[in-house]
Structure formats: C-alpha cells, structure tokens
Design a protein around this ligand. Sequence first.
Ligand code: ADP
Ligand code: ADP
Length: 232
Amino acid sequence: PAAARAVDVVKTYGRGEAAVRALDSASVTIPSGRFTAVMGPSGSGKSTLVHALAGLDHIDSGRILLGNTDLTTLSERERTLLRRERLGFVFQAFNLVPALTAAENIALPLTLAGRRPDPAWRAELVDMLGLGGRLEHRPAQLSGGQQQRVAIGRALVARPDLVFADEPTGNLDSRSGAAVLAFLRDATRSLGQTIVMVTHDPVAAAYADQVVFLSDGRVVDELAAPTAESVL
Ligand code: ADP
Ligand code: ADP
C-alpha cells in the first residue's frame, strides 16, 4: 500500500520571465512501512517535492495523496492539522528546544497535543535510540549524533503516518551519521515506520529500501535495494 503519492505535480515559483518550474509533472509513490531516499542534483526539485508531499506548499496542478486524503482539496488550516496529527519532521539542524531535556524534547508533540505517550512504544523507541543515561540531559550536553537521535525520537513519538527527514546527516560526522541512518532503517524494519529522506549522499541513500532520482523537476529513475555504488 502507498503511504503517499504525488501524481503529475507541477510547481512553478515566480511569474512570467522569472518563472522557475521546480516540478515538471513529477510523480512518485511512497510505499508504506519503507524507507525511501530522494536524490538528485542541487536545484532538481527535491525540497519542493517533499514540501508538496507534506502539504507545506501550494502546487499549480496535480494531486498529492496521503493515504486516501487528497491534500489539494484541503484548506490551509486542514493541512496544518493533518501535518500536526499525521506527519513527523527531522531537519539537518536538529531544531531541539534548548531548555528541555532529551526526554522532554522527544515527548513534545504529545505534550502539545495533551496526549500521554504509550509506555510500551516510548520504551521501545528510547531503547532503539540508544541514548542510554542521557535522557535527562539538555541538547547542549549532547553530541550532534545524540541530538539528531532525540530529534528523530520526537518525529516518531506520536506514531505519524509518514516522517520526512531533510538531509538528516548533513551536520554530522560519518560515524554519527551512520548511527542516525541505521536508526532510520531500523525504525522501518521493527516499527513499520514510513520514512522519506532527502539526501545528496550516496552512502546515506544506500540505507534506504528504495531511491527516487530527480532531475529538472521530474522523477527520472527509481531503484530498489540500493547500494552506494549503484546510487552513484
Ligand atoms: P533541491 O532541493 O533539489 O535543491 P529545490 O526544490 O530547492 O531543489 O529547487 C528547485 C528549483 O526551484 C530550483 O531551480 C530553485 O532555484 C527553485 N526554487 C526553489 N525555491 C524557490 C523559491 N522560493 N523561489 C524561487 N525559486 C525557487
Ligand atoms: P556520538 O557518536 O554519539 O555522536 P561523539 O563521539 O560525538 O558521540 O561524542 C562522544 C561522547 O561525548 C558522547 O557520548 C557525548 O555525550 C559527549 N559529547 C560530545 N559532544 C559533546 C558536547 N558538545 N557537549 C557535551 N558532551 C558532548
């Protein structure tokens, strides 16, 4: 089953002479419970595609389906609610709340929604994150790799339908990056989490179950079971 689909999506920035067609009839299927990497040169439309899938941007034409919901038929307010309730986000810059502990940062989406974490789910997530005795530490007391694992915990804690990770290893050394990528892969394997990651790093893409290649605003190739060599 598809967690999300983009169908013939066209997105243009600006008007007239200055118009840039960032997506030119782009179509992609994000399979449920799998780890998908989106690759392509700078300016090929990766961020625009992911923003469209997440309902963050208005598109010119085409359809964006999240499960059975067509995001293009929703109001701005409905899309905001849907993002809050059904999507998770991980950023290159971690974006943790400095005053909160690791445990409080992870629980934040639930706290804001007035929900309590499912104890078994939380225990499994915390165990997988490998943060050991660091849950009561604040972000400044954690390494970059640990901060990103906290941010991923936060993105997953409310059990979203889909998690978007935009260059999640862009600020990490290769060893910390490998731990983050292994965690993302394990989150699909053992928790059934659907993840979409934007990256330009073939080593990172090799952790994914499938890689989608963009060029000039179009999906030009898809590769299952990628390796770093086959992605290059
Ligand atoms: P990528 O993520 O692959 O680097 P983007 O989706 O950011 O690509 O950009 C695709 C194209 O759209 C590029 O030509 C870029 O310059 C253009 N673009 C992106 N965002 C904007 C914007 N806000 N205004 C104008 N042009 C933009
Ligand atoms: P990791 O591979 O987990 O990212 P590092 O090799 O970067 O870890 O760091 C080793 C240890 O040093 C970590 O357990 C972390 O808690 C600690 N550490 C790293 N950076 C900082 C920092 N800026 N402030 C406090 N402790 C840090």
